[in-house]
Design a protein around this ligand. Structure first.
Ligand code: SF4
Length: 202
């Protein structure tokens, strides 16, 4: 089966546990949800076989053997053949998902970014995954305490709050201040920042 690839690039992971770690990013096309703050360009893709995706990744990776499948929602297209092809090439395989769809077996690191509670969400954001390696929740100060508690108890090794990036710089500073204050008073959360944006990298 072919894979719909939006883009492949080599950079540093900007968010969450692996911040600062070099990875090849494979952005698969499309998403089953629409979030008001989404900054992903869903238009356009190239249909490639699993082996062709791996060859393109290898051409960029140098000595790096860490891949991040992202989107959009990568579970729409990532399948067992793609997982096997990356593993056979020696890659450690990460996936960033909204958690609304089952994942192929063998993903080495799952980042769940739930969108269930996003105001104005279009689509069914109900999370069906039962565990993840890290949970990364977008925070804008509007989520009720019981929902924050629900996600803090979700079975994941790491729980990150990430300030929502809006177009107003003053509002962004306020959201960051609120996020830090919340984490200080609920210390099982950690802060995730979109450092790739700060650094001006992809
Ligand atoms: S789940 Fe992610 S990719 Fe999909 S619309 Fe929301 S922010 Fe964009």
């Amino acid at each position: 089966m072919s894979v719909k690839v939006n883009e492949i690039f080599y950079s540093l992971q900007g968010e969450g546990f692996w911040t600062g770690t070099p990875m090849v990013f494979v952005r698969l096309s499309g998403c089953n949800l629409r979030c008001p703050f989404c900054d992903t360009d869903h238009a356009g893709y190239e249909e490639l076989s699993a082996d062709e995706v791996v060859l393109k990744a290898l051409a960029l990776a140098g000595d790096c053997r860490r891949i991040c499948l992202t989107g959009g929602e990568p579970s729409l297209h990532a399948d067992a053949a793609l997982v096997t092809a990356f593993h056979e090439a020696g890659f450690h395989l990460h996936m960033e998902t909204n958690g609304t769809r089952p994942l192929p077996a063998g993903i080495d690191w799952v980042t769940l970014s739930p969108k269930e509670d996003v105001p104005g969400l279009v689509g069914n954001g109900r999370v069906v995954l039962e565990q993840a390696d890290e949970l990364k929740l977008v925070f804008d100060g509007s989520l009720p305490e019981e929902r924050l508690e629900y996600w803090r108890e979700f079975p994941a090794t790491w729980h990150f709050l990430q300030p929502c990036d809006v177009s107003d710089p003053a509002r962004n500073r306020e959201i960051l201040r609120q996020t830090i204050a919340y984490i200080e008073s609920h210390p099982s959360w950690r802060l995730s920042l979109q450092t790739h944006k700060t650094l001006g990298i992809r």
